[in-house]
Design a protein around this ligand. Structure first.
Ligand SMILES: [Ca+2]
Ligand SMILES: [Ca+2]
Ligand SMILES: [Ca+2]
Length: 406
């Protein structure tokens, strides 16, 4: 009797030790120690046409902590959610005869671009359009059904979700082509801050504002927030390191994104106005080409064209040392966006970045990002698995004997 009780206690203690070790090991090396955020990139854009209320809603249902509207301006100065001012790829605009004369070619950040542009459409006209899936390899069955949402409607969705479920999902707006819109007299920053303030949606734990340009974060938004008595975290996005922020091109500042990613620049420049950085994942977890392409998921289509080199630049450590969050982009499930190392499993790519210590992830597939985060959070090191397994082997039969006795 005494012997079996002691063995039962041992089994319980063993289970507690394993739970404790798992719990302790679950902390990933993020800046705060909190789990990394899952940011629904353009909504759950892997499944539904991007930047629609339906895609944002799906991202929320899949567990995204934040949803990401990219913002452009209408002719009448209303912020709407589109990845670029050119509406031709993501809407049915080219099929609507009344808008045929709006087609034009303009230099967009120095690149001649043909199409239909948000700045030539009033909000009422934008609302006549319907969203389309611009990527041929994704589901086309939702085309021409969903409206182009305003920033206000995106905030309304978040308020409705909170009222219905209590969940406080955050918003992660990006100002798209700020210099371009400044030159049109349709500056994005003032309506953005005004809309957030009017909606009392200014909790710094629920908003990040991001931009690929520098001055609109460092100067315009910083000043506007101070004027309005709010302080929201700003995120400096990074393109490929040999490129320049477009406002630097215009102002003649010679610095590239690569110049802004050094430890010195992160500490002494970026951290003076931003709270985080958003680098492209491939710029610091390095890859090299694979030829011929590899069929990593075994579906008969060989679509993987890259492998990891094993070299990881110290971007996360340098940013964390400067007190900056790191939210890399963009994670996508499809095989063509993975490297051969992940065996066709996108969860393996997320796991790698989570374990490196990223503070958030921009994902077209928030469900996959959440699933991988859950797996990583519950994972224990191989040594602990070995120890736990050994103890488990003993404790299970012991526990069973104990319970059987009763
Ligand atoms: Ca974006
Ligand atoms: Ca501006
Ligand atoms: Ca394949």
């Amino acid at each position: 009797m005494l012997r079996f009780s002691w063995l039962g206690w041992l089994a319980t203690a063993t289970a507690l030790i394993i739970l404790f070790v798992q719990g302790a090991n679950a902390a990933l090396p993020t800046l705060s120690g909190n789990p990394p955020l899952v940011i629904g990139h353009r909504g759950a854009s892997g499944y539904l046409p991007e930047h629609t209320l339906e895609a944002y809603q799906m991202a929320i249902e899949q567990g995204a902590d934040f949803i990401e509207p990219d913002l452009v301006s209408t002719k009448d100065g209303v912020l709407v959610a589109r990845h670029e001012p050119n509406l031709i790829d993501t809407t049915n605009v080219a099929d609507i005869p009344e808008f045929a004369d709006r087609k034009k070619t303009v230099p967009l950040d120095g690149i001649e671009t043909e199409g239909f542009f948000s700045e030539d459409f009033t909000l009422a006209e934008i609302k006549e359009l319907r969203a389309r899936q611009s990527r041929a390899y994704r589901d086309q069955s939702y085309n021409d059904q969903f409206e182009i949402p305003t920033l206000q409607e995106v905030i309304d969705l978040l308020k409705q979700v909170e009222a219905d479920t209590g969940r406080q999902v955050g918003i992660y707006p990006e100002t798209k082509h700020p210099t371009y819109f400044d030159q049109l007299g349709l500056s994005l920053e003032q309506p953005l801050i005004e809309t957030l303030v009017e909606n009392d949606f200014t909790d710094p734990s629920r908003v990040f504002i991001q931009s690929f340009e520098v001055a609109n974060l460092k100067d315009e938004l910083t000043q506007l927030m101070a004027d309005n008595g709010i302080d929201l975290p700003l995120v400096q996005l990074y393109d490929e390191f040999q490129l320049q922020p477009y406002d630097f091109v215009v102002s003649g500042d010679p610095r590239t994104y690569g110049d802004l990613i050094t430890a010195d620049s992160l500490t002494n420049f970026v951290a003076t106005y931003a709270d985080g950085i958003g680098p492209w994942k491939r710029t610091f977890v390095l890859t090299e080409p694979v030829a011929p392409p590899v069929d990593a998921n075994g579906d008969g289509n060989a679509e993987v064209t890259e492998r990891l080199t094993g070299e990881v630049l110290p971007v996360i450590a340098d940013a964390h040392a400067a007190g900056l969050l790191v939210h890399p982009y963009t994670f996508r499930d499809e095989e063509q966006f993975l490297t051969v190392d992940y065996d066709g499993d996108p969860k393996a790519e997320y796991a790698q970045f989570y374990e490196l210590g990223v503070d958030g992830i921009f994902s077209d597939f928030p469900d996959t990002a959440v699933e991988s985060r859950d797996l990583v959070a519950g994972r224990v090191s191989p040594a602990i698995v070995g120890l736990g397994g050994m103890l488990g082997l003993f404790s299970v039969p012991i526990a069973r004997r104990w319970y059987w006795r009763d």
